[in-house]
Design a protein around this ligand. Structure first.
Ligand code: CEZ
Length: 792
């Protein structure tokens, strides 16, 4: 059903119905497109806020990217209808809208392209999608091959959804000179002040063709007629009627009548996207289809190559070979790609949530650390002089704080040291601490070190008399909005997380030669851990918080939301939990939160609103923060398990983030292993039927944490001020693993082997055993052979 191609560049699916939502995504810095195996697509571009050019059939709400995107018959898509002119039979590729089972079907998700190959009645249709590196448009190839031994008369009809563009003004027509369809609209608005913005929008949607079509239809209703999308009336006629749309829903369909000799093929190319006006579209046509460069390529082909090059820049810094080939495939190919997407685009928002921005750039530390460095400085330049970090980092002069960034959350400061640690581990660039940066509310410049101190002290200040951190309207958990809105409620997780942040910051301070910083925050961490143990330990695990009305929650007496994962994970990380508490809480997590699909965020999932906790309890039980296997939180826990040396449990849960290899598991999750989704449904003990189902949302803070789990935990090849620290934590049943680790410009080929003759780990570099476990004096541009012998 699914497999990686031999060169590992694609993951292939051979049925459009077994995992109907299986999908892949492509992006550049101005747009992204998420397409599924059946041809449905969600695309958006930045102008500067996210906008559409292929719309739903009725007015869509503007929102952030959602999990479990529903698909339906008229969902925006990219299809090709094929009609046999002799028999009159029709089918469509890749599968929608006709839904005829093909004789052979392949959906192949690659890193810089997505392909389909569908064979029906000896006609082969190959479709591929790529993007350019800079421009906002989809580059499509469609190839028709006659596999039969007779001549075939066919019509093929590329179909691109334009949809309901606007309630103010929408239309569309074929434009001879452009050899394409141009649909026009005015983005609806009401305030005259908005006119100056919308007048510059790219409100046109166009489809350009490299071959002159036999016919076209731009009127959706006419095209579909009474036949319906799966059997459109327009296909009954010899040629499409050439209709336009006049305040009617447009569609972009073309017709090509062709005769193919036995074995013959015909290839077409199309460009689909938004534009401001016809002059721009003419420019696109010239650049992509008409003009050629010195190598004789047109812009279309050159753009495809340039895009492949852009994606290829997003390499991670480990290549692994382990006994688990599925893990290898994901880690070597897909995980860095997803991390790169986050780091390059900030999830295509102009105001990323502060914690997302910092964590996404934590991931960028492994790929392009200079981008991460700049991001830390950008974030700190928006800090308040009080030390508070804002809800949302503004990345564009016209950006506004939207959605969740209008709700005050209290955790943003903790991510500063936590994420910067990875940057420092990778680069050893402690000079970042000396950079001078101003504030959002003051032009006074102080060093990054002092900014960070302020952020840490803000966390100490925003506490109640017990020393517990206020939650206000949320912490890491966005929808936990009613625990503390009256100003009293506190977050157990955040309190514990501050202890971890203080420890990490103390380590950084110490390393940078600031003994006073180390001493101050080590002390604060210890005190905070003591407070956590006094007020939050419930006997077998840590509570999630205490409400405005002083009710402790996330405890054994709660019927729903008895146990939350985050306080447990971070108590392992912060050192709050001693040996006995560690054992207890790990057991509680195993018993109450672990499922075949990973560890749940809380359990039991809430089935009704709890007004002193908030809207998290109103989400459907087992979805998102209400008890899904929320991979971001699961990754914290796995990271914590590695920190305390629980390597078996850590690996077991890490592996559960990736679908497969069992067919049953893949079917239940419904997703290809080409990204890690933000969640798999949870509430396993309440709703087993839906547990495990993927959200298919590839925006998630999970990925950098998984990478950290691999680097710092599983393979133990973590950067250190003195070099590369080697402390693998391979699971019991692996005898060996090898990792090519790129580190500060050097390449280390590390072979890890279990060895009955050693009692402690031995590290040999280029044949010489080194003292200790830190490889020092690593030179850029040098290759090292490293042998690591691990005791059984
Ligand atoms: O957004 C994520 C946030 O981007 O939820 C995480 C949070 O830590 C991330 O920063 C946990 O709450 O508002 C909502 O209810 C949404 O569900 C968001 O919480 C959630 C969405 O999945 C966005 O991708």
């Amino acid at each position: 059903m699914i497999k990686a191609t031999e060169d590992n560049q694609y993951v292939e699916l051979t049925s459009p119905t077994s995992l109907p939502k299986a999908s892949g995504f492509l992006w550049n810095e101005k747009m992204m497109i998420h397409v599924n195996c059946r041809g449905y697509a969600v695309a958006q571009f930045m102008q500067p806020e996210p906008a559409k050019y292929s719309y739903a059939p009725n007015l869509e709400a503007k929102t952030f990217m959602q999990p479990e995107q529903p698909y339906y018959a008229h969902h925006p898509g990219r299809f090709v209808y094929i009609k046999d002119e002799v028999s009159g039979e029709i089918f469509s590729a890749p599968y929608e809208p006709v839904r005829k089972h093909a004789d052979s079907y392949t959906f192949a998700v690659g890193k810089h392209d997505i392909q389909w190959k569908v064979i029906q009645d000896d006609i082969c249709i190959e479709m591929s999608l790529r993007l350019p590196k800079e421009d906002v448009m989809e580059l499509w190839r469609v190839k028709v091959t006659n596999l039969s031994s007779r001549k075939r008369k066919l019509s093929i009809y590329p179909y691109y959804t334009v949809g309901y563009m606007s309630w103010m003004n929408q239309s569309g027509r074929y434009v001879e000179d452009l050899q394409g369809i141009v649909c026009s609209a005015v983005t609806p608005y009401q305030k005259y002040q908005d006119y100056s913005k919308i007048k510059n929008y790219r409100d046109k949607t166009y489809l350009l063709a490299d071959h002159q079509p036999t016919g076209w239809e731009v009127n959706h209703e006419t095209f579909e007629g009474e036949g319906g999308l799966h059997n459109p009336s327009a296909l009954q006629s010899e040629t499409l009627a050439g209709g336009d749309a006049r305040y009617e829903t447009p569609v972009a369909t073309l017709q090509y009548r062709l005769e193919l000799e036995a074995g013959a093929e015909q290839a077409y190319r199309f460009i689909f996207g938004p534009a401001h006006d016809e002059t721009e579209i003419e420019g696109i046509r010239q650049h992509y289809f008409v003009k050629q460069n010195e190598e004789g390529q047109d812009g279309f082909t050159a753009a495809e190559q340039e895009y492949a090059g852009y994606i290829a820049e997003g390499q991670g810094n480990i290549q692994i070979e382990t006994p688990d080939s599925w893990l290898d495939n994901v880690v070597n190919h897909w995980l860095p790609r997803q991390m790169y997407y986050h780091g390059k685009t900030n999830r295509l928002t102009t105001d990323p949530q502060t914690r997302n921005y910092l964590q996404d750039n934590m991931g960028m530390s492994y790929i392009q650390p200079q981008i991460a460095r700049a991001a830390f400085l950008t974030a700190l330049s928006q800090q308040h002089i009080s030390g508070a970090m804002p809800d949302g980092i503004i990345l564009h002069p016209d950006a506004e704080l939207k959605y969740i960034n209008q709700v005050p959350h209290t955790d943003h400061c903790i991510w500063l040291p936590v994420c910067m640690k990875t940057y420092l581990d990778e680069t050893n660039d402690y000079s970042i601490l000396e950079e001078q940066v101003a504030f959002t509310d003051s032009e006074q410049k102080i060093s990054v070190l002092e900014h960070m101190n302020l952020a840490m002290r803000w966390l100490i200040h925003e506490r109640d008399a017990r020393g517990l951190n206020y939650i206000n309207q949320g912490d890491w958990c966005d929808p936990m909005n009613m625990v503390g809105y009256k100003g009293k409620g506190v977050s157990g997780w955040l309190t514990i997380a501050t202890a971890y942040a203080f420890n990490v910051w103390a380590d950084i301070g110490e390393q940078a030669g600031h003994a006073e910083v180390a001493a101050e925050f080590r002390q604060e961490a210890n005190q905070t851990n003591a407070v956590a143990n006094e007020y939050l330990w419930d006997g077998d695990w840590y509570a999630r918080g205490i409400t405005d009305d002083n009710v402790v929650f996330g405890v054994s007496k709660d019927v729903e939301g008895r146990i939350y994962i985050n306080p447990q994970s971070w108590a392992l990380m912060s050192g709050a939990a001693d040996q006995e508490k560690q054992e207890k809480l790990i057991r509680a997590v195993e018993e109450q939160l672990e499922t075949p699909y990973g560890v749940e965020k809380l359990a039991p999932s809430f089935t009704a609103m709890r007004e002193d906790v908030g809207r998290v309890t109103q989400k459907h039980p087992g979805s998102a923060e209400n008890g899904a296997v929320y991979n971001h939180a699961a990754a914290f826990y796995i990271y914590a398990l590695y920190l305390v040396g629980e390597k078996e449990k850590a690996y077991r849960l890490l592996r559960k983030m990736i679908p497969g290899p069992d067919a049953e598991d893949i079917l239940q999750r419904g997703q290809l292993p080409v990204f890690i989704p933000n969640y798999y449904r949870g509430a396993y003990r309440q709703f087993p039927r839906t547990a495990g189902r993927s959200s298919h949302l590839f925006n998630t803070g999970t990925v950098p944490w998984v990478y950290r789990c691999l680097i710092d935990g599983l393979f133990g090849l973590q950067g250190h001020a003195q070099g590369l620290q080697v402390r693998p934590q391979l699971p019991e049943d692996w005898n060996e693993a090898s990792v090519t680790r790129l580190f500060r410009g050097a390449e280390l080929n590390v072979n890890m082997k279990k060895d009955a003759t050693v009692r402690t780990i031995e590290v040999h570099v280029d044949g010489q055993r080194i003292a200790g476990d830190i490889i020092k004096n690593i030179q850029a541009d040098v290759k090292y052979e490293v042998l690591v012998k691990l005791p059984l």
